[in-house]
Design a protein around this ligand. Structure first.
Ligand code: FE2
Length: 385
C-alpha cells in the first residue's frame, strides 16, 4: 500500500428485502420519540411513506412529514426543513428517496445543531458539530448518498451546484430495502443505475483509488453491469433490483473515499444550467470523458472490461481498454440514453462558459487520471453537442 490511506463509511448498514420492517428497532437505538421524515412528493404518492407511517405509528413515534424536496434542491429547502424541526422539536431525521431528499436530510440534520448559515457549510470540513440522529433510506439504486459524507445543493443566484463535504454528513444508519425500488420507472432505473456505474468506474480509475476502495468498486462494476439491463427491462425483477441496490451502495462506499473524477465534473455545469437530471448528464458525458481519460490509466480501464465479463485474454491492454468503451456504448444504446446535449437545449455557443464551469470543479478534477486543460474541456463538450 502506497502512502497514507484513510477509509470512512456509514457506521451501520442494514440491507435486505423487507428490511424496512426493522425501522422501529433501529430508531429505538437513539432513544427518541419525535421524528421528522424528509422526502419528496413523488415518494409520498408512491405509497412508501404511508407504509412507513403504518410501521412507525403503532410504536408511539410522533412523526412530522416534510415533503417539499424538489429535484436539484436549492439550499433554501434546508432552511424550511430546519424551521419545521425547531417548531416541532424533532429529535431525529429519517431521509427517504433518491439523492435529493437524502442530501436535504443530511444537511438539515447538521443545520439543526450548528448555529450557522448553510452558505458557511459549502466546501470541505466546515461543519463544526455533529447533527441530529439520522437514518437514510434510498429508493433508487444510484446516488450512494446514504454512505457518503457529501451533499450537493443548488445555489440559484450563482447558477451552480455546490458541494458540502464533512464527516458529520454520514448518517447514523442506512437502511436499504430493494423492495422499495420495485416501482421505479424504467427511465429512472436507467439514469440512476448509470450514475452508480459511473461512481464505480470513477472511483476505480481515480488518482485516489486505493486497496480499500478497489475491491468495492470491482464488485460494484460487476453487479451493476450484469443487472442494469435486467432491472430496466423488468422493474419487478427483485433479484436484479437487489443486485443494483447493493452495487450502488458499494460504489458509494468506494467513491466516498477515492472520489469521483471528470465525468461528474462535466455533468455539474450542464446539470445546474440546463436542469438535466444528474444520472442523465453523467451518462451523456461518460463516453467522451472516458475516451480522453483512457491514456491516464490504461490498465484500470482494461480491467473494467474484464469485470464486465468481456474476454480480454487475447487482447493488448489498449485493446482491452477500448473494449470497455465499446461495452458502455452498447449499454447506453440499450438503455435508450440520449447521446447529445442538444436534446436538452445546449448549443455550441454555450460551450465556452460550460468549459470554464468545469475548470472550477477542482475538487473532482484533482482526482482525474488525466490532467484536463480548458481547451480539452471545450473539445469534450463539443463532441457531444
Ligand atoms: Fe453521481
Amino acid at each position: 500500500m502506497k502512502g497514507v490511506n484513510v477509509f470512512q463509511t456509514t457506521r451501520r448498514i442494514i440491507f435486505g428485502n423487507g428490511s424496512i420492517s426493522r425501522l422501529p428497532e433501529e430508531i429505538k437505538r437513539f432513544n427518541v420519540k419525535k421524528l421528522m421524515i424528509i422526502t419528496d412528493p413523488g415518494i409520498v404518492e408512491s405509497g412508501i411513506i404511508s407504509k412507513i407511517q403504518a410501521i412507525l405509528e403503532p410504536e408511539g413515534f410522533e412523526i412530522q412529514l416534510f415533503q417539499e424536496v424538489e429535484p436539484d434542491p436549492r439550499y433554501e429547502i434546508v432552511e424550511n426543513a430546519s424551521e419545521q424541526i425547531k417548531k416541532h422539536q424533532s429529535e431525529a431525521i429519517i431521509g427517504i428517496g433518491g439523492g435529493s431528499p437524502i442530501d436535504i436530510a443530511k444537511v438539515t440534520a447538521v443545520h439543526a445543531t450548528n448555529d450557522k448559515s448553510i452558505r458557511d457549510f459549502f466546501g470541505i470540513d466546515l461543519i463544526p458539530l455533529e447533527g441530529l440522529k439520522t437514518i437514510l433510506i434510498p429508493t433508487t439504486a444510484g446516488t450512494g448518498s446514504e454512505v457518503t459524507p457529501i451533499a450537493i445543493l443548488s445555489d440559484e443566484t450563482e447558477k451552480l451546484k455546490k458541494g458540502i463535504v464533512s464527516p458529520h454528513l454520514f448518517p447514523d444508519a442506512s437502511l436499504l430495502d430493494p423492495e422499495l425500488t420495485l416501482g421505479l420507472p424504467a427511465h429512472v432505473t436507467a439514469s440512476t443505475g448509470m450514475d452508480a456505474l459511473i461512481h464505480a468506474i470513477e472511483a476505480y480509475t481515480s488518482r485516489n483509488a486505493n486497496p480499500f476502495t478497489d475491491p468495492l468498486a470491482e464488485r460494484s462494476l460487476s453487479l451493476v453491469y450484469e443487472n442494469i439491463r435486467k432491472a430496466y427491462a423488468d422493474g419487478e425483477n427483485i433479484e436484479a433490483r437487489s443486485n443494483m441496490l447493493e452495487g450502488s451502495l458499494l460504489a458509494g462506499m468506494a467513491f466516498a473515499n477515492a472520489g469521483v473524477t471528470a465525468v461528474h465534473a462535466f455533468a455539474y455545469p450542464i446539470g445546474a444550467e440546463f436542469h438535466i437530471p444528474h444520472g442523465m448528464a453523467n451518462s451523456i458525458m461518460l463516453l467522451p470523458v472516458m475516451k480522453f481519460n483512457l491514456l491516464g490509466n490504461m490498465n484500470k480501464f482494461a480491467r473494467v472490461a474484464a469485470l464486465f465479463g468481456e474476454n480480454i485474454s487475447h487482447l493488448s491492454t489498449r485493446e482491452a481498454a477500448y473494449k470497455t468503451i465499446a461495452a458502455l456504448e452498447a449499454l447506453t444504446a440499450d438503455l435508450n440514453i440520449p447521446g447529445h446535449l442538444s436534446e436538452f437545449g445546449v448549443r455550441k455557443k454555450d460551450v465556452p462558459a460550460l468549459a470554464e464551469g468545469v475548470m472550477k470543479v477542482t475538487r473532482l478534477l484533482a482526482n482525474n487520471p488525466r490532467k484536463i486543460e480548458l481547451e480539452d474541456a471545450k473539445q469534450i463538450y463539443e463532441s457531444v453537442i
